[in-house]
Design a protein around this ligand. Structure first.
Ligand SMILES: Cc1cc2nc3c(=O)[nH]c(=O)nc-3n(C[C@H](O)[C@H](O)[C@H](O)COP(=O)(O)O)c2cc1C
Length: 487
């Protein structure tokens, strides 16, 4: 089935791997789905399945449109999206395989391979199976989720917002949308987003309304492109998605504007963004805290087109972990590697926002702190970066117990640390007094050389000694693994 054309195709393969939990009904007025999302994570960690709920109660009404959640909650799922063969639950292998796939689509100038999208007729576009227009539009007819009792209301949490600009072309971006009325939703563009830039350009041209179409429930690679800044402002996310897929994305024209939208989407919400802003929020955000109220633009909805019995795709920011944004992390790695050849891996653990791990092939004294300074000084858009842990290359950054073992045993807080009193940081940081500012630390947990104050002879790490001196031992056990567990 790869590459997947729709979220349904992707979920069908997830199901074939036994990774979809099907549930008849849940009462989201009592936050049942939210508790399930936490419990799956508590009990299965990175082996937890996606879930599909057939009926959902919201605002005292039972809805028959299914809700799909947690479809990107481990590196096996990411690997599946990129067509990695032999997908498994081994996070380390799936991480490495996904990173290699992603890097293979990038050239030496950091440009992504592209295949332009193609246009299909409305009759061949499942997103047009139902068309609801004008006063018949009622966004409340579908089970958009209120994730948390602290949220301002229900949200469309997984929409790809499609806009156009005469000079910059098409933009596709994932921006949260608060449900505000039957034909009104907010749309939150941070001031660093391309969406915000498009709004400002339209304002300069004197436009009062900006046409928009929002796709919910699209193919997984287009969804990743919408959620990560791989496309520069003059590049098309759908063309980059085509490059990754090795097959063009199919688009169809919107009903009420000239924007082209993914033909296989579950929903297309068409409307106009007005220039006035309104209060929005609060919302349980990606760092795991309920954010403050903010001011945002709103969309006046004109038309909704949707598949028969459309699937509402929902995200619970701060619970499942940031797996969806792996291509972004890889883009940052490739750029940093160019200026820091000793960099072997760069990883932001999905559940520990603001911690970045850099593994280096250390040869000279001072390289650990130097690597930390380079990572700290590089603006990793989209990622918090308050603590950089620098490790030797024998540590797998996806294995947090190994990471903490190295920190616990290889790190001397003095002198192998660097504290920066204040520097630029993402606006969501809950512990900052001032928005955009945070203090930062580099923890150099590489083995310190004698010149750096380390011991004259560093003891071997037990595990590394086996991995390096008896590699066949691990190969033997892996080969016989299934036999050991045969009943
Ligand atoms: C689940 C999720 C929700 C997001 N919500 C927002 C949001 O509400 N506002 C925003 O500006 N960026 C948000 N982002 C980040 C943007 O999607 C990301 O920066 C993307 O590159 C935006 O497209 P752009 O580069 O064309 O601006 C979110 C990302 C994810 C994965």
């Amino acid at each position: 089935m790869y590459p997947y054309d729709s979220i349904r195709d992707y979920v069908a393969d997830l199901e074939a791997r036994g990774k979809v939990l099907k549930i008849k009904e849940m009462d989201q007025d009592q936050y049942e789905m939210t508790a399930l999302t936490y419990r799956l994570k508590d009990r299965f960690k990175d082996k937890s399945p996606a879930f599909l709920v057939e009926r959902t109660k919201i605002n005292d009404t039972w809805h028959d449109s299914p809700v799909i959640g947690e479809i990107f909650n481990n590196f096996g799922m990411v690997a599946q999206c990129f067509g990695v063969e032999d997908v498994s639950d081994n996070q380390s292998d799936m991480y490495d395989a996904s990173v290699s796939k992603i890097l293979s689509y990038m050239d030496k100038d950091f440009k992504w391979q592209k295949i332009e999208p193609v246009t299909v007729d409305a009759k061949d576009a499942p997103c047009k199976e139902n068309i609801v227009q004008g006063d018949d539009v009622d966004i409340y007819a579908f089970p958009w989720i209120k994730n948390n009792p602290g949220d301002g209301s229900q949200y469309i949490s997984a929409g790809s917002v499609i806009m156009d600009d005469p000079e910059m072309g098409r933009n596709v971006g994932t921006y949260r949308m608060q449900v505000k009325g039957p034909r009104k939703v907010g749309v939150y563009f941070t001031n660093q987003s391309h969406g915000y830039k498009y709004m400002m350009r339209a304002a300069e041209r004197g436009e009062e309304k900006v046409p928009v179409s929002v796709a919910v429930g699209i193919d997984p690679i287009s969804w990743m492109m919408s959620s990560t800044r791989l496309a520069d402002v003059d590049e098309d996310e759908f063309a980059i998605a085509g490059g990754f897929r090795g097959k063009p994305v199919e688009l169809v024209k919107s009903e009420t504007n000239d924007l082209y939208v993914p033909a296989h989407a579950e929903f297309i919400i068409e409307g106009e963004i007005s220039m006035e802003t309104e209060e929005e929020g609060p919302y349980g955000e990606m760092l795991g805290y309920i954010g403050k109220k903010i001011w945002t633009f709103c969309i006046d909805i004109k038309t909704i087109t949707h598949r028969a019995k459309p699937w509402v795709y929902n995200l619970w920011p701060g619970i499942g972990g940031a797996y969806l944004t792996l291509p972004w992390e890889v883009a940052h790695f490739a750029r940093l590697k160019k200026i820091m050849p000793s960099l072997v891996k760069l990883h932001t653990p999905p559940d520990t926002a603001s911690v970045v791990i850099a593994c280096i092939d250390k040869r000279l004294p001072g390289e650990g702190i130097e690597a930390g300074m380079l990572v700290l000084g590089y603006r990793m858009i989209g990622f918090g970066k308050k603590m950089v842990i620098v490790l030797d290359k024998d540590i797998d950054p996806t294995d947090l117990s190994r990471v903490m073992h190295a920190v616990g045993t290889r790190w001397q807080p003095d002198p192998a640390s660097l504290v920066v009193k204040q520097s630029f940081h993402i606006p969501l940081e809950p512990s900052s007094r001032e928005m955009f500012l945070s203090s930062k630390i580099v923890i150099d947990a590489t083995r310190q050389l004698p010149g750096e104050g380390g011991p004259d002879v560093y003891p071997d790490d037990n595990r590394t000694a086996v991995e390096e001196r008896a590699p066949e031992a691990f190969e033997m056990v892996d080969r016989k693994w299934d036999e050991f567990f045969k009943k």
